[in-house]
Ligand binder design. Structure first.
Ligand code: HAS
Ligand code: CU1
Length: 567
């Protein structure tokens, strides 16, 4: 493996053909290992919970349904995603902007250790059945104060890791004043700033409301305020998941298909728009909630539709990249250029299937956000179907696709034909399993099947007994899909072990697209982070100040908010 010393060179010229610095590789693979251990445990949590809900098994008395549901959600949606993203970011920043300094790498390890301590604290409380509060842990469900302390430690740990990555980025920017920054660092910065600004909401409700409440220091809690602070964080949380997946689409896929990204400016604009508009939209999770006026719900619905735009820009950019590459390779006709894409390479195929699934997934999100239409689907299985497509398929299949080159690159092994074959099979199994499970969830949701219930008889719903609904709108189909997904999950875990620890020693490329042609012409204002952070704060204040003030000043009697801190 060509070992170029990646210490920040004076001219900060960065050669993206180099590999990840050996010391940074250890930090990245530590994150990815925790991610995949959490993944396999979370997958089995999902199997048990899906079969119990479908009435196909009875959980043992010592294992609660909501406990196993919390395990499934926390380990997959919070732990797997966060550790994978940080592992990917440390590796990508080391590759594109040179090795981290020892001091910054120490920050990285400190963040990793704190995040892991927080994970273990929260997981222990869940396993002791002291925190069966689901992955959104919002009130009025109450967990043990150690669970909330674990969450707070987890978040602080990620902030320290983020500080290392952001410092690495801005040092490069300072030394290369005026030069367009590398796309990887730009996108990671937008994602981590989003994570930090939105994390302030959930940190506030955990530290100021939930922990005092769980310790019995306050005898009640302002539920509306707490849920609002949670959803101030909760929607940007989903973009914290999807933006790294988009980074794989923008930066890795063009290289793998032998092409070049369509436009750097469009890519940077999309990520700036995510930073600006991901946070002032949390009310679209609370459209059916009392205590928030229609006016502010409607404002945040409009802002939600604004934040759909960067996803549409992404769809256009990626599709244009496919087409210009397919045609450059001699593809002709309206669509036959698609034959030129590397369908047999799982590093492309898995993320591609994630993209394809994201078309109906995103459309479902637009339905969810369509204000009064939300009343049809809110708190039904439709929403569960939605996020098993968005994060459960688009994000996860994209991360799996990245793992096939990232793991062996970091551990000095080869991405073997065997791994590729296993990967193609795994992708089809995951896609088919999810089509059945999420498809049935969407349909059952339309028949009114509730979410977050241990048992339901909606598969016997009279309307659902037409042959089509009888097959698809049934919990049996959900269960069958869940079993196929579990098998696919086990195969993915095998692929992780094979690629990280068993594949033959050797070299695997970290594929990264060369900068698009318009890089030098990228408008300088796109690099003005002070401007973007300023506008983000203005939008948040515009969308939340009045409703939050209202929730505090007019909080229902007996539900101490910050009042007990103010009086
Ligand atoms: Fe969502 C609930 C609205 C995106 C995840 N969402 C959730 C929950 C989760 C979640 C976890 O407005 C449940 C939380 C809970 O437990 O209560 N969501 C949206 C909207 C979008 C959206 C408007 N969601 C996501 C993403 C997620 C995610 C991304 C995770 C990664 N969502 C909602 C709403 C709710 C909600 C309400 C609350 C429901 C309720 O009442 O509780 C948008 O961002 C979607 C925009 C995306 C598109 C699709 C663009 C297509 C692309 C692929 C192109 C394909 C290519 C390949 C390039 C418009 C980018 C094509 C090649 C070919 C050859 C064809
Ligand atoms: Cu959302």
């Amino acid at each position: 493996m060509k070992q170029t010393n990646l210490a920040l060179k004076e001219d900060y010229s960065y050669d993206i053909q180099t590999s990840v610095d050996p010391k940074d590789r250890k930090l990245a693979i530590a994150h990815l290992s925790v991610a995949f251990v959490a993944f396999i445990i979370g997958v089995f949590g999902g199997l048990l919970q899906g079969l119990a809900r479908g009435g196909m098994i009875e959980l043992p008395a010592w294992l609660g349904y909501y406990q196993i549901l919390t395990v499934h959600g926390v380990l997959l949606a919070i732990v797997f995603t966060t550790y994978f993203i940080f592992g990917f970011f440390f590796a990508g920043m080391s590759k594109t902007q040179g090795a981290f300094t020892d001091r910054l790498r120490k920050f990285g390890w400190t963040g990793f250790i704190l995040t892991t301590i927080g994970t273990l604290m929260a997981a222990t409380m869940i396993l002791l059945n002291e925190a069966s509060v689901l992955y959104t842990f919002y009130t009025p469900l109450q967990a043990h104060w150690l669970f909330y302390s674990g969450l707070a430690t987890f978040v602080v740990g990620t902030w320290i890791g983020a500080a290392a990555i952001l410092t690495h980025f801005f040092k490069w920017k300072k030394i290369n004043n005026g030069k367009p920054t590398p796309l990887f660092g730009f996108m990671a910065t937008a994602t981590l700033l989003l994570w930090i600004v939105s994390g302030l909401g959930v940190a506030t409700t955990v530290l100021v409301q939930m922990i005092p409440w769980a310790l019995g220091l306050t005898d009640g809690i302002n539920v509306l305020l707490s849920r609002t602070l949670f959803w101030y964080f909760g929607h940007p949380l989903v973009y914290f998941w999807i933006m790294p997946a988009y980074m794989v689409w923008y930066l890795i896929i063009p290289k793998l298909i032998g092409g070049r990204l369509f436009s750097a400016s469009l890519a940077k604009l999309a990520f700036v728009l995510f930073l600006l508009f991901s946070i002032p939209v949390g009310f679209h999770h609370q459209l059916m909630e009392a205590g928030i006026t229609e006016f502010w719900k409607y404002i945040q619905t409009i802002l939600t539709f604004v934040v759909v735009v960067p996803s549409l820009l992404t769809a256009f950019s990626i599709f244009a990249t496919f087409e210009q590459t397919g045609r450059a390779k001699g593809g002709k006709g309206l669509f036959s250029w698609m034959k030129k894409l590397p369908w047999g390479d799982v590093r492309f195929f898995a993320p591609f299937m994630g993209m394809l699934v994201f078309i109906p997934a995103g459309a479902g999100g637009i339905i969810n956000a369509s204000f009064q239409l939300n009343s049809v689907i809110h708190n039904t299985l439709w929403v569960v179907g939605h996020f098993h497509l968005t994060v459960g398929t688009t994000v996860l299949l994209t991360f799996f696709g990245a793992a096939y080159w990232l793991l062996p690159h970091l551990t000095g092994r080869r991405f073997t034909k065997h791994a590729n074959r296993c990967g193609i099979v795994q992708t089809w199994m995951w896609t088919i399993g999810m089509f059945l499970m999420s498809g049935a969830m969407h349909l059952l949701g339309l028949f009114g099947a509730p979410r977050r219930t241990a048992y339901t008889t909606y598969q016997d719903h009279p309307q659902a007994l037409e042959w089509f609904e009888g097959i698809f709108a049934s919990n049996i189909t959900v269960g069958i899909g869940g079993v196929i997904l579990t098998a696919a999950g086990v195969l993915m875990f095998y692929n992780f072990i094979h690629l990280a620890f068993l594949a033959p020693k050797g070299e695997t490329e970290f594929p990264m697209t060369t900068d698009p042609e318009d890089t030098e012409k990228t408008p300088a204002f796109l690099e003005n982070w002070k401007l973007w952070i300023g506008i983000t704060i203005v939008l948040i204040l515009f969308a939340y100040t009045v409703p939050l003030y209202d929730m505090i000043v007019n909080s229902p009697p007996g539900s101490p908010t910050f009042n007990n801190l103010i009086k």
